[in-house]
Write a protein that binds this ligand. Structure first.
Ligand SMILES: NC(=O)c1ccc[n+]([C@@H]2O[C@H](COP(=O)([O-])OP(=O)(O)OC[C@H]3O[C@@H](n4cnc5c(N)ncnc54)[C@H](OP(=O)(O)O)[C@@H]3O)[C@@H](O)[C@H]2O)c1
Length: 255
């Protein structure tokens, strides 16, 4: 895929799915602003990428609305505009529903949903100028429940799914807005679950997690990045408001 000259902001681009997405955009010739919650996490990611001035730093805590504005403004200034926004940053934070507090709500929903809303809002003027697009990273847990202490995660990701649909309509025809819903992906976020299921052995935990799933494995982060690049590219020039599951067939199963 050729995305030469495209200017991209990836939130949560320091590791996991975001990092794989940054690498895929760089591979395709784009210039990328990499966000993470701290200057240290971003500079360490940039050092590992070895992309020279095609990758620039856009650190900032997206849990705060002013942080969202600063990150977007910095990315637009460093890249000289913006063609593609990937709203990927997210947190898991499992906790039984009955133990959750308003503090837990803010800690999860402010990053998983509010930051998607406000990063997009602040990016719209630049995206409109560029006739650009937004790719949101939700989850299959935005389409169905799990009943395993993930109520805040499910609520926030469900919000991202329907926000995608609404913005696709309101921002058309200038800006396309799409959403990827990954299943289980091998990143730090999932390794915690793998370790707990496998009693310290992540691989054994993944085997337990996926034994009844069609593909019998978790995804590599690059497999999610590939889908993100498709939606961000001109191959998807007539695709907006689309919610794309990338889950190895999990949601295809009834019961
Ligand atoms: N892994 C899965 O199985 C899975 C499945 C479905 C959906 N997802 C979704 O995919 C996205 C990426 O997940 P992942 O598995 O790659 O997670 P991860 O490995 O835990 O990485 C999370 C990323 O988000 C950033 N981040 C967290 N809090 C932030 C904040 N307050 N401000 C700015 N950046 C922040 C982190 O930056 P720092 O490094 O700077 O903290 C990091 O780059 C998330 O939205 C997640 O919900 C993941």
């Amino acid at each position: 895929m050729n995305l030469a000259g495209k200017r991209v902001l990836v939130t949560g681009g320091t590791r996991g799915i975001g990092r794989a997405t940054v690498e895929a955009f760089l591979q395709a010739g784009a210039r990328v602003a990499v966000n993470g919650s701290s200057a240290a996490s971003v500079s360490s990611a940039l050092a590992g990428l070895g992309a020279g001035d095609r990758a620039v730093a856009a650190p900032g805590d997206l849990g705060q609305v002013p942080g969202c504005q600063q990150v977007v403004e910095r990315a637009v200034a460093s890249l000289g505009g913006l063609d593609i926004l990937v709203n990927n940053a997210g947190v898991g934070s499992p906790k039984p529903f009955e133990e959750t507090t308003a503090v837990d709500w803010d800690a999860t929903v402010n990053i998983n949903l509010r930051a998607v809303y406000f990063c997009t809002k602040y990016a719209v003027p630049a995206l409109r100028r560029a006739k650009g697009n937004v790719v949101n990273v939700a989850s299959i847990l935005g389409l169905g429940g799990r009943g395993a202490g993930l109520s805040l995660y499910c609520a926030s990701k469900g919000g991202v799914v329907n926000l995608t649909r609404d913005l696709a309509i309101e921002l058309a025809p200038d800006i396309r807005v799409n959403c990827i819903c990954p299943g289980a992906v091998d990143t730090e976020m999932l390794q915690e679950l793998g370790r707990s299921l496998g009693k310290g052995d992540v691989t054994a935990g993944y085997a337990i997690l996926t034994q009844n799933r069609p593909m019998k494995r978790v995804a590599r982060a690059s497999e999610i990045a590939n889908a993100i690049l498709y939606f961000a590219s001109d191959l998807a020039s007539f695709v907006t408001g689309s919610i794309q599951v990338v889950d190895g067939g999990v949601m295809a199963k009834a019961g």
